[in-house]
Design a protein around this ligand. Structure first.
Ligand code: PLP
Length: 379
């Protein structure tokens, strides 16, 4: 059966060019970058070059880039590291109700250590009200953490405006850009962003490879003790193939950004307009303008989202619902609930996220399949 993959917000296949760039670092160029002999020192140099390239793409300094194992680790490192190192300045953090669990659960952890967290409710279109954010700032606020683009409904936050507010009040500003990078050009200096989390597997790079950018003026604690890697901030032998792969994937994404977005938007808009025409009683979640080009999140009233996914899977279609299954209970997406979607309707959601290998024919098959399955499940 042909697999048609529409879940690029979950992960992406490694690009052939990325794989090719990585392969020599598994077995030929295997030296430990901390070693003093040639093959180790060569790999240290490879890492330095990658760090320079990433810093140049984000417009930050080379010493502000830290390699991590994933987006979740970067989120943890940044939030905990900044909170603990700046406790003398205050204990208040502002975030949103629609963040990824890597942020929400880290905030819950920090609450146990005496931090007060404000979770902003977005407007019904999934966008944060910047006035509301500003109103919540107190003299104890040390950090604002607002995601760049949402992983479920694809909405893009007013990052530049939030950056301005953070600058005005002298508060550190972190954005989880795991879903944005590869889709949106980010310039941390221009956007007044103090810290960023990235993850390679969302933009055709390898799994298990992330980046934390942290402005050199932000004090933060190391979260992993041991060796002196990453300028003493993150112990552990560097993942050289992963670093090479992440850098290559980011370069490819940057080169193809306009064309990539154009392609994804064409498929996504076609999908939404056809579903609108062919399937009644639906709700499209998230702002239609300020959203990732490849994201469509739709509720099909009266349909159980998990059944819809299972039926699509039978046809070789991979998509996603925002529901989480814990202890055998399906709970609707916290993001949809936060934007005011009623509980029952939220459980009928389907997230489709387009990527570079999708075609118009595959999208037509997706639309026909959804139409057929939704009608069947409603009957
Ligand atoms: N943040 C966001 C917005 C995400 O979408 C994800 C993954 O889906 C993460 C963080 C976690 O990234 P990783 O899978 O690399 O840990």
């Amino acid at each position: 059966m042909k697999i048609r993959y529409f879940d690029h917000s979950a992960t992406t296949a490694v690009d052939d060019r990325v794989l090719e760039a990585m392969i020599p670092y598994f077995s030929e160029n295997y030296g430990n970058p901390s070693s003093v002999y040639g093959i180790g020192k060569d790999n240290k140099e490879v890492i330095n070059i990658c760090r320079m390239k990433i810093a140049s793409m984000l417009n930050c300094k080379v010493n502000e880039i830290y390699f991590t194992s994933c987006g979740s680790e970067s989120d943890n490192l940044i939030l905990k590291g900044i909170a603990f190192a700046n406790k003398n300045k205050g204990n208040h953090i502002i975030t949103t109700k629609i963040e990824h669990p890597a942020i929400l659960d880290t905030c819950k952890f920090l609450e146990k250590f005496g931090y007060r967290i404000t979770y902003l409710t977005p407007k019904s279109n999934g966008i944060i009200d910047v006035n509301e954010l500003e109103k919540n700032i107190t003299k104890n606020t040390i950090l604002i953490s607002v995601m760049y683009a949402n992983n479920e409904i694809g909405t893009i936050q007013p990052i530049r405006e939030i950056g301005e507010i953070a600058k005005k009040y002298g508060i550190f500003f972190h954005t989880d850009a795991v879903q944005a990078i590869g889709n949106i050009k980010i310039n941390v200096r221009e956007e007044n962003i103090g810290a960023i989390s990235l993850s390679a597997h969302k933009f055709y790079g390898p799994k298990g490879m992330g980046v934390a950018y942290i402005n050199e003026n932000i004090p933060f604690w190391r979260m992993q003790d041991g060796g002196h890697q990453e300028r003493n901030k993150r112990a552990g032998t560097e993942n050289v193939p992963g670093i090479v792969g992440l850098t290559k994937a980011m370069e490819i994404a940057e080169e193809n950004l306009i064309e990539y977005n154009r392609k994804l938007k064409t498929l996504r808009d076609f999908y939404i307009s056809e579903i609108r025409k062919r399937v009644p009683y639906i709700r499209i979640n998230g702002d239609l303008e300020n959203r990732l080009s490849g994201n469509a999140n739709i509720c099909f009233n009266g349909v159980d989202g998990s059944k819809l996914l299972a039926e699509l899977d039978q046809k070789g279609i991979c998509a996603s619902s925002g529901s989480a299954c814990s202890a055998g209970l399906i709970t609707p997406s916290h993001v949809l609930l936060a934007i005011g979607v009623p509980n029952k309707i939220a459980s009928s959601s389907l997230r489709v996220s387009f990527g570079k290998e999708n075609t118009l024919e595959d999208t037509e098959f997706l639309i026909e399949s959804i139409e057929e399955i939704v009608m069947k499940l409603r009957n």
